[in-house]
Design a binder for this molecule. Structure first.
Ligand code: C5P
Length: 208
């Protein structure tokens, strides 16, 4: 299916990336983690010693992103999370990244994960998943991921930061985090990665 686009949206640490990557491999599609675009933009603004809420600085950073920026090793962690969410609330940043995401999806056919893929980037995608899990479960997973990478983290702080980021992402004026009307919601709170993947694949197969 050349040009097929599958949208995988949802709040932070819901397991979207793992699911989307596996779906892409199964279906022979490319995979794009769109959060990386916002993370890399935020990082560049921090490098320039600017404030991630500074619209001009953030737009300039978004417009000059290179593949090398997306491959940086410092795009995960609390500081990068906050900077990404801050630049993502700026309309000019989202506009700068929009065509790039659309071209990528159309060119390769792809599974894209993010916040607004089903609502804004590809509103006509034939398959849209909205992946959720309880706040506590998502915090537990993120905490496990951080400590697994050797990053010291406090579960309570992880939970607070995750809630703050979701609140910011859901309340912004442009492309807020929310399920598309035609998205299939998948609550993975009580599912392990394998069961979540099986459920997602069943949804996809049912739509194609
Ligand atoms: O998905 P991830 O947690 O890596 O995304 C980092 C941040 O980038 C999110 O908190 C959100 O503010 C922003 N984002 C977005 N739209 C997307 C993907 C990510 O606004 N499609």
């Amino acid at each position: 299916r050349p040009g097929l686009v599958i949208a995988v949206d949802g709040p932070a640490a819901a397991g979207k990336g793992t699911l989307a990557r596996r779906l892409a491999a199964e279906l022979g599609l490319a995979y794009l983690d769109t959060g990386l675009l916002y993370r890399a933009t935020g990082r560049r603004v921090l490098d320039a010693a600017a404030d991630p809420r500074d619209a001009a600085a953030a737009e300039a950073a978004a417009r000059s992103l290179t593949p090398a920026d997306l491959a940086r090793g410092d795009l995960r962690g609390p500081e990068a999370d906050r900077a990404a969410s801050a630049v993502a609330a700026i309309p000019a940043v989202r506009a700068a990244l929009l065509d790039w995401q659309r071209d990528y999806g159309r060119l390769h056919g792809a599974v894209l994960d993010g916040r607004d893929i089903g609502t804004v980037v590809f509103p006509d995608a034939p398959v849209k998943l909205y992946v959720t899990a309880s706040d506590e479960e998502r915090a537990r997973r993120r905490h496990l991921e951080l400590t697994g990478r050797g990053v010291e983290a406090d579960l309570t702080v992880v939970l607070e930061e995750l809630r703050a980021r979701d609140a910011q992402d859901a309340s912004r004026a442009v492309a807020p985090l929310k399920p598309a009307e035609d998205a299939v919601q998948l609550d993975t709170t009580t599912l392990d990665a394998e069961a979540a993947y099986a459920a997602a694949l069943a949804v996809v197969r049912g739509k194609l």
